[in-house]
Ligand binder design. Structure first.
Ligand code: SAH
Ligand code: SF4
Length: 380
């Protein structure tokens, strides 16, 4: 690889500036931005033939392998669907051969993309397949954006729909890769580009307290989800090793600052693990811990992973946990985990693939081989 840079990594202003140096008018930067981020049609060179001369010549001169800029266009190496047809998971191969997971989910005919922010993760949460893999590297902004563009292309092709929501809940810890994530989200919410509403973008964090305070200070407009999973210091740090670094008290204080500065509530993500964090006593302790903080609690049963012996809380016990928190005054959603049959837990498809390089395709049935129409196809 030469020293080429990804065109998808540039901000609008950087792109405009770069073109201006060559005497290219701002209007062409606008067109190029749309080709890059709105319909991603720059990836299909033949669709550029109709472009005005100066823009076409600029693209020919600067964009391509072995030119100044390359395009982030990861190769799809797997496309797996859940049996209920509501979840579709893509394994995407990056330029350096690393793979990441991107998930497309359908709720009531509306589509949500769940994207990765790192290859692997350094946080080491014991129940998480990505944590069990360890950290390989951060993703660049263009690699985060490319996942959204991939999902949008699939949606457009298969059912003529557009993406509505974006969650950063794939592989990796978004706030450990703060600058790249925020740059990518600026592009995603840009009205000249994909134009996703900031209200429909959610960043999920393991609880990097200083970065939550930074989001508050910078008044970052996206939603924030905090993966809590423990109601006290000891319980949390047994599940989340970095809970020892950013302790409960500091974390709750960061949440209060966020509420106050951004003026928004926080989603609390709670993975229900049988016999570990699902008792009535824990519900009471959690209610006490969150007192005075503006939250919405999401309960999700554990997706079992090979590296962790815990099992999911049974539905009845989960509903009881929900009821106790509701009685304590909190809005609480109990969500069944989606797509469990396609190894849709965070990082599970990649680790499955690594282990079973040969038998994988037969076992998980890639899309092309699947004769069954799913709801993701049928929605129109
Ligand atoms: N690193 C971020 C975002 C990626 S993980 C974070 O931790 O928030 C996205 C969510 O999936 C987190 O709430 C995480 O706790 C949860 N998760 C990870 N592995 C899981 C599993 N095996 N079962 C259920 N939830 C899991
Ligand atoms: Fe990383 Fe999130 Fe998995 Fe923890 S749950 S290891 S922070 S991806």
């Amino acid at each position: 690889m030469n020293n080429a840079q990804s065109l998808h990594d540039l901000s609008y202003e950087e792109l405009e500036q770069f073109m201006k140096v060559d005497g290219i008018k701002a209007v062409h930067a606008h067109s190029l931005w749309r080709l890059l981020h709105w319909d991603a049609s720059l990836l299909e060179r033949e669709s550029c033939q109709h472009l005005l001369g100066p823009l076409r010549r600029w693209i020919d001169e600067y964009v391509g392998e072995d030119k100044t800029f390359f395009l982030d266009h990861p190769e799809q190496v797997a496309d797996i669907r859940s049996s209920d047809g509501m979840t579709r998971k893509f394994l995407l191969k990056l330029r350096d051969g690393q793979t990441i997971e991107t998930v497309l989910m359908s709720y009531d005919g509306r589509f949500t993309a769940c994207v990765s922010t790192q290859v692997g993760c350094a946080m080491g949460c014991v129940f998480c397949a990505t944590g069990q893999m360890g950290f390989t590297r951060h993703l660049r902004p263009g690699e985060i954006i490319a996942q959204v563009l991939h999902v949008q292309r699939v949606l457009r092709r298969d059912c003529g729909k557009r993406l509505r929501n974006l969650v950063l809940m794939g592989m990796g810890e978004p706030l450990h890769n703060y600058d790249a994530v925020m740059r990518a989200m600026t592009v995603m919410s840009d009205v000249r580009g994909p134009s996703l509403s900031a209200q429909r973008i959610t960043i999920s964090t393991v609880g990097v307290a200083p970065a939550i305070r930074r989001m508050a200070e910078e008044k970052i407009p996206y939603n924030l989800a905090l993966s809590l999973h423990g109601a006290n210091q000891a319980q949390r740090s047994a599940l989340i090793p970095v809970g020892k670094k950013w302790q409960m008290e500091e974390l709750m204080e960061a949440c209060r600052i966020y509420n106050r500065e951004v003026g928004k509530g926080i989603f609390i993500e709670w993975t229900l693990i049988a016999g570990t964090n699902d008792s009535p006593e824990i519900a009471a302790e959690l209610a006490e811990l969150l007192r005075g903080i503006d939250v919405h609690i999401n309960l999700i049963p554990l997706n079992p992973t090979e590296g962790y012996a815990g099992t999911a809380t049974a539905t009845q016990a989960g509903l009881q946990f929900q009821k106790l928190l509701r009685n304590a005054g909190y809005p609480v959603t109990f969500r069944q985990r989606r797509g469990i049959d396609v190894a849709a837990g965070c990082g599970q498809l990649k680790s499955e693939r690594n282990k079973r390089a040969e038998s994988f395709d037969e076992k998980l049935q890639p899309t092309k081989a699947g004769p069954k129409q799913t709801q993701l196809d049928q929605v129109s």
